[in-house]
Design a protein around this ligand. Structure first.
Ligand code: DOR
Ligand code: ZN
Length: 347
């Protein structure tokens, strides 16, 4: 444990979040906007956000849901499909609508049915993105039913990511929500065009949290948490200060009923206390002095965006996480529900 009882850093950004739409958007957005100046907003709505027009409309709905006076900018992503129109994507990026385009392998996760069926099919789009400097954001898991769910990320590196990075050496690639030592190694061995986001849950829990003493659906997300050695590798990577690792919560709200089900949805709703959770990890690793790199500097540099001007302060103080919150008129369970955290974001 390091000694500091408070820490002030440049206001951070969330480089991967699911804000949803409608009443859910209205109720989860304040949690993200409380902490982060900007967020990369994932496009896996139903129907997905696949072009500039739908992204522009979605961005307007987010801005309309934002409480007045809150300083928050949503950064939009384009959901890549087999039929993505590269001209529209390039226009949307040049026009300041798209900050990135997201590759979901078809059927890898929530609302990914319209994702890419064969990465070769979008090679012309990737070539255009490389030429235009558009960031590729990747859900890195194979969907082959023969591959064990715990091996799907490592297998994706070997089957697809190595080829993408090799074939498009100038393409900027974010390997999202990495969960394995293999992913850490891959990113470290790649050039400056490859980076990764790391979630709070993958720094805090391993797969036992999901499966020991009963099945715990609120600890289930995709990619699924792996064994302890991987969690430790992720903690080392995140707290290293290395420019290729940055904050992306992957906060993915689903109503309690949809999680506590015979076929529960994947996703952990960590937005309410994301920053407090990251801060605890950096404190435990004796790396509070590197929190700012991870949370506020590395992502902006990778995306080529300016660093935020304002600051936030976290202090060592007990914070009780509610057992339950309300969203869209129903119950939703936050990450660490009912537990006490050791750091508090000063309002
Ligand atoms: O756990 C997850 N939830 N992983 C994803 O990739 C998608 C997300 C969601 O949208 O619910
Ligand atoms: Zn996600």
């Amino acid at each position: 444990m390091s000694g500091a009882d408070s820490i002030t850093i440049t206001r951070p950004d969330d480089w991967h979040v699911h804000l949803r739409d409608g009443a859910m958007l209205r109720d989860v957005l304040p949690f993200t906007a409380r902490q982060f100046a900007r967020a990369i907003v994932m496009p896996n709505l139903s129907p997905p956000v696949t072009d500039t027009a739908s992204a522009t409309a979605y961005r307007e709905r987010i801005m309309a849901a934002l409480a007045p006076g809150l300083d928050f900018t949503p950064l939009m992503t384009c959901y890549l499909t087999d039929d993505t129109d590269a001209d529209d994507l390039a226009r949307g990026a040049a026009g300041g609508v798209f900050a990135a385009a997201k590759l979901y392998p078809a059927n890898a996760t929530t609302n990914s049915a319209r994702g890419v069926s064969d990465i070769r099919r979008i090679y012309p789009v990737l070539a255009r993105m490389e030429a235009e400097g558009i960031v590729l954001s990747v859900h890195g898991e194979v969907t082959d039913p023969e591959v064990d769910v715990f091996d799907r990320e490592a297998e994706f590196i070997e089957r697809h990511l190595r080829a993408i990075v090799g074939d498009f050496p100038q393409l900027k690639v974010v390997f999202e929500h990495i969960t394995t030592q293999e992913a850490v190694n891959f990113v470290l061995a790649s050039g400056a065009n490859v980076a990764a986001t790391i979630t709070p849950q993958h720094l805090h829990i391993n797969r036992n949290a999901m499966l020991v003493g009963g099945i715990r659906p609120h600890a289930y997300c995709l990619p699924v948490a792996k064994r302890e050695t991987h969690r430790l590798a992720l903690r080392k990577a995140a707290t290293s200060g290395h420019s290729c690792f940055f904050l992306g919560t992957d906060s993915a709200p689903h109503l309690r009923a949809a999680k506590e089900s015979a076929c529960g949805c994947a996703g952990i709703f960590n937005a309410p206390f994301a920053l407090e959770n990251y801060c605890a990890v950096f404190d435990e690793e004796g790396a509070l002095d590197r929190l700012e790199n991870f949370a506020s500097l590395n992502g902006a540099a990778f995306y080529g965006l300016p660093v935020n001007q304002s600051t936030v302060t976290l202090e060592r103080a007990e914070v009780a996480v509610p057992a339950m919150l309300r969203a869209a008129g129903e119950e939703i369970v936050p990450f660490h529900a009912g537990e006490t955290l050791g750091w508090r974001l000063v309002p």
